[in-house]
Design a protein around this ligand. Structure first.
Ligand SMILES: Cc1cc2nc3c(=O)[nH]c(=O)nc-3n(C[C@H](O)[C@H](O)[C@H](O)COP(=O)(O)OP(=O)(O)OC[C@H]3O[C@@H](n4cnc5c(N)ncnc54)[C@H](O)[C@@H]3O)c2cc1C
Length: 463
């Protein structure tokens, strides 16, 4: 139980109404309303050696916000102000608790676009996006979150505030410290503000949904789209049949679907036009003119038509609810290794965990495959056997990552050694000890150097 004196101290800093016990545990949740309040809370908690877990929109997929024991959960929900737009430098300054969807809406109302986007946009916070270096549907064009951040304000474990919110395009005065915190999953500091890079969108976009017969053809189509569209290409996604069929049927609820669901693979690509000169749909059609392997297709250039395509790609929540237990994986490799890797995982699953059902989809051009693997929860050790199928097969390839965009959190900690050397993990540890010697920030997120003694845990949804 978090001690009464700790509670009283926090109430004195941020007020009684923003400190409350969590309904299901010995911990406290707090909701500071400013950077100064975050700083004073952390300074106070650090002095008492009370662990603190930063909480954003709670959409993370690796257990980074899991709370155990007597910890304080620090929610950024009251840090929810959009602060300034600098239209000349295309920069938007926001507090950490602002939802990704709000940022999109605000940018759009002002004639801009923020490049990072993905299915959890309505719930996730920009602070959580930055803390996990989130990727998403348009990494191909805009990069990961890291490439879209021009400045950060961060509160360190002991309450000191590091503020780099000038957003200068050029500033080579020593280390670029903000980069340390991007992707650090709340282990090095709590992000309170961010300066985001925006760009000017084209009003004209089009999306094409392609049914294809083999993964080899997918690589040919990827090459043709990248060559033919160049900078106009915004996204290039892939879905395997079972994922496409399950999600598109659930979403359509019996109504017509954009394309037949009998084909092995589906590619979804989006491009933008160049003002009035070249239309987005013409860019896509021209790029695809001479490619092989397309067995069916649909094109949309209206917002509604494109949304119908993208709802399928973003509809992974349908899968989460389709089995009693669903595990989620997020691995990356070279796109040219996709086909054999996924084939091997599926073969091994069929042999070792025959009742498991894989749903595969991913960001094709980033070499990032998401597996959601459902099972009925009745077989002991099924989770770990599934995990072995996914991760042990990865060791046949190089380069690979056990977590392309979701982070390590608590649940992938036992797999980190597969993607990072002992030397790299030692440097991560040294940084952490330097910035948080008392070890109070998100202590359950551990960057461990070797395999976990008894399995590492997997990201799971109990539907
Ligand atoms: C339907 C769905 C689709 C998704 N698609 C993608 C995708 O395509 N690409 C992708 O990368 N991810 C995806 N995710 C994962 C997740 O949404 C992202 O990682 C998101 O960025 C997490 O933001 P959040 O605010 O929910 O963070 P939370 O879940 O609240 O926190 C995530 C981690 O960041 C830390 N944290 C949160 N806020 C702060 C802060 N202000 N300062 C420091 N640390 C902080 C937490 O302690 C935790 O370790 C998806 C999730 C869902 C549910």
């Amino acid at each position: 139980m978090v001690a009464d004196r700790v509670r009283a101290g926090l109430e004195a800093i941020i007020g009684v109404s923003h400190v409350f016990p969590a309904p299901d545990g010995p911990r406290l949740n707090i909701r500071p309303g400013s950077t100064e309040e975050v700083s004073r809370c952390l300074q106070f908690l650090n002095a008492q050696a009370v662990p603190v877990v930063p909480l954003g929109g709670l959409t993370g997929l690796v257990g980074g916000t899991d709370l155990f024991g007597a910890v304080v959960g620090l929610s950024t929900e009251r840090l929810n102000r959009i602060k300034t737009l600098d239209p000349l430098r295309n920069l938007l300054t926001v507090e950490a608790g602002v939802k990704l969807e709000q940022i999109h809406a605000y940018a759009s109302e002002n004639g801009f676009r923020y490049g990072v986007d993905f299915g959890a946009r309505g719930s996730c916070s920009i602070g959580g996006n930055i803390a996990t270096n989130a990727g998403g549907n348009a990494v191909l064009r805009f990069g990961m979150t890291r490439a879209n951040v021009a400045g950060l304000e961060v509160v360190l474990a002991d309450g000191r505030v590091l503020s780099d919110t000038g957003g200068l395009a050029k500033n080579n005065t020593g280390y670029d410290l903000k980069q340390l915190f991007i992707g650090s999953e709340g282990t090095l500091g709590i992000i309170t503000q961010a300066v985001l890079k925006l760009s000017r969108p084209s009003a004209d976009t089009a999306s094409v949904l392609l049914a294809i017969s083999s993964l080899d053809h997918a690589l040919g189509i990827m090459g043709a789209l990248e060559k033919g569209c160049g900078q106009a290409l915004l996204s290039l996604e892939i879905m395997w049949n079972r994922y496409f069929r399950t999600v598109s049927r659930a979403i359509a609820k019996g109504a017509a679907r954009p394309i037949s669901d009998i084909h092995p693979f589906y590619i979804l690509a989006q491009a933008e036009g160049d003002g009035d000169r070249v239309r987005a749909q013409d860019i896509l059609l021209e790029a695809l003119e001479d490619v092989d392997g397309i067995v069916d297709s649909a094109l949309a250039d209206t917002r509604a038509g494109q949304n119908a395509f993208w709802a399928i790609r973003d509809g992974s929540e349908v899968i989460e609810n389709s089995h009693p237990r669903v595990l989620s994986f997020d691995v990356s490799m070279r796109p040219q290794d996709y086909a054999t890797y996924v084939g091997k995982v599926e073969e091994r699953l069929a042999r070792d965990v025959p009742h498991a059902v894989p749903y595969n989809f991913g960001h094709l051009s980033d070499g990032n495959v998401h597996f959601m693997i459902g099972h009925d929860g009745t077989v002991a050790e099924a989770d770990h056997r599934i995990e072995d199928c996914v991760y042990e097969t990865l060791s046949d390839y190089w380069p690979t990552s056990v977590s392309a965009e979701h982070g390590i959190g608590r649940e992938k900690a036992g797999q980190l050694w597969r993607s990072r050397s002992a030397e790299e993990i030692a440097v991560m540890h040294a940084l952490r000890v330097t910035l948080d010697p008392a070890g109070t920030l998100n202590p359950h997120v551990q960057y461990r150097a070797g395999p976990a003694a008894s399995g590492s845990g997997v990201t799971a949804t109990d539907a």
